[in-house]
Ligand binder design. Structure first.
Ligand SMILES: C[S@@+](CC[C@H](N)C(=O)[O-])C[C@H]1O[C@@H](n2cnc3c(N)ncnc32)[C@H](O)[C@@H]1O
Length: 248
């Protein structure tokens, strides 16, 4: 895949981040409830307090990741080994870039015989060493064309953390999240090499069943996985499918 940014090697050590994991801050270092968000709407103040007290938010900041979501993909890869040096990856819904950072580290995207990462999002991302960024709607036909142009040999892994803007209405959010996972799968089936892997965010509920059936018919292994970094109260979970079968 073209467009690799040549730049210095990241100072972050993914292996040590992996082993250590996010360190929980000591209680004494937490800002007091009253200090954070005072004067804001209660929902905004609650969100700010949760961010300030979240060990994954702190660890992401300390280790230079752009999002706490980076730890979700690290956990998925630790468990399912989807990445390896030299693999070509497409990251859908990539902004602000935590997943792309993890993928780039693990496929060694910034080295001579390393792999590549193509990050796609509606929103722009700041540059990440070894990552090519495309600002597009995953549901537009142009994305597949762009991926094929950049990686004519095909892709090894497609990951999607795409999420719609939350409405707060659980069923609506569920249907929209699964629709994005469906769109990611349609794209993945167009660009993945046989044997390739697919990861997507879904939420628990009825409309995920069809997606699951489609995945089971096309991949050798399909598993659900909720990383520790995914908040317990969140309905999100991830489907991890590997071993794409050749079309019959
Ligand atoms: C939860 S964030 C992803 C976080 C990211 N994995 C990280 O680690 O930084 C979800 C992203 O999905 C993107 N998204 C939602 N619908 C999309 C679409 N149709 N095409 C491209 N990106 C989309 C949003 O713009 C948002 O940036």
């Amino acid at each position: 895949m073209g467009g690799k940014a040549k730049s210095r090697k990241s100072r972050r050590d993914p292996k040590s981040a992996e082993k250590r994991g996010p360190k929980r801050p000591s209680r004494g270092s937490r800002p007091s409830k009253r200090a954070i968000g005072s004067g804001l709407k209660e929902s905004s103040a609650r969100w700010l307090r949760r961010q300030a007290n979240d060990p994954f938010v702190r660890a992401a900041k300390a280790q230079g990741y752009r999002s706490r979501a980076a730890f979700k993909l690290s956990e998925i890869d630790d468990r399912f080994k989807i990445f390896a040096r030299g693999r070509d990856v497409v990251d859908l819904g990539a902004a602000p870039g935590g997943w792309s950072q993890v993928a780039a580290e693990r496929v060694k995207a910034n080295t001579s015989n390393g792999g590549s990462v193509l990050a796609v999002d509606l929103n722009p991302l700041d540059a990440i060493p070894g990552v090519t960024i495309v600002c597009m709607d995953v549901e537009s036909d142009a994305v597949v064309k762009e991926i094929r142009r950049m990686a004519p040999g095909g892709i090894d892994v497609v990951v999607s953390d795409m999420a719609p803007p939350a409405t707060g209405h659980r069923e609506t959010d569920h249907v929209r999240t699964v629709a994005l996972a469906d769109a990611a799968l349609v794209l993945a089936l167009e660009v993945l090499k046989p044997g390739g892997a697919f990861v997507a965010k879904v939420t628990q509920g009825g409309s995920a069943k069809e997606l699951l059936t489609a995945l089971q018919s096309r991949f050798a292994s399909v598993r659900h996985f909720k990383p520790k970094a995914s908040r317990k109260e969140s309905p999100e979970t991830y489907v991890v499918a590997s071993g794409l079968k050749s079309p019959k």
